[in-house]
Design a protein around this ligand. Sequence first.
Ligand SMILES: C[S@@+](CC[C@H](N)C(=O)[O-])C[C@H]1O[C@@H](n2cnc3c(N)ncnc32)[C@H](O)[C@@H]1O
Length: 281
Amino acid sequence: MLYNEMNENDFKLFRDYIYDKSGINYTINKKIILQNRIRRRLRELNMDSYRDYYELIKNKKMDDLELINFFNEVTTNETSFFRHEKQFLALKEMIIPEILEMKKKIGSNTINIWSAAASMGKEAYTIAMVLSEMQELQKFNYKILGTDLNSSVLDIARIGKYELKDFKYVPIEYKKYYDEDHAKGIIAIREELKRNIKFQRFNLMDKFNFIERMDIIFCRNVFIYFNKNTQKEIVEKFYKNLNPGGFFILGHSETLNGVSEDFIYRKLNNENLMIYQKEEK
Ligand SMILES: C[S@@+](CC[C@H](N)C(=O)[O-])C[C@H]1O[C@@H](n2cnc3c(N)ncnc32)[C@H](O)[C@@H]1O
């Protein structure tokens, strides 16, 4: 089937719809990207009109299969192991030791961590490798929740199998947490890491109804898709969901400047690592 270019009006309909449901802000310079992503749904459904497809999805609920497929197409899921690696040094040298100190005061030793835009799970498994290695020297437990709007990346995360090349920047000391199959070119995360992590579909635009508060929230490289108002709304929810003294971590190019003044900005070795902390009180 030959597809026409998406016209300006249809672009605006989809742009507003995506923004309303997910906070993702498709600016006009991303029109072709959006058009090509929506085309994949049209092709799959044997449709040829963007407007008809819009009519089909516009009143659907977020857990409807077609909307799940739609958001699987329109999200951008780039990720890697040990992305912004200095943040993981800070996790090991500053964040975990401080949290364990705070936990000691309240007689607990379980750390709750949330990878809030988890994509294919590489961030969550990176955290798990660092923490499991620390467990060899200190007694504590950890649980990681990995969430994302895109259900297909979460399927990959749950399976925990990746290509060999994805592990290029994983330091050698973490080799004990995965198995390499060179014939197939695949690396499989070991069960001992996987059992600490749960992946579930979650939209950051929704109410946060989690039973337990978090000690550390990684929310990296997703604010770049949101405007300031959306960032403000979501950060307020994160703040409420963090334990006192808990940490909030953004991506390299993201900031809470102009978004929230509730957090203390933390540095390690005087470096800017986009790590924030809720006051301990
Ligand atoms: C670029 S990836 C970042 C992955 C990882 N945090 C990292 O830094 O490597 C952004 C992720 O945010 C997810 N996302 C976008 N909007 C979302 C929303 N409203 N709720 C939950 N996840 C969302 C996307 O599906 C995508 O997997």
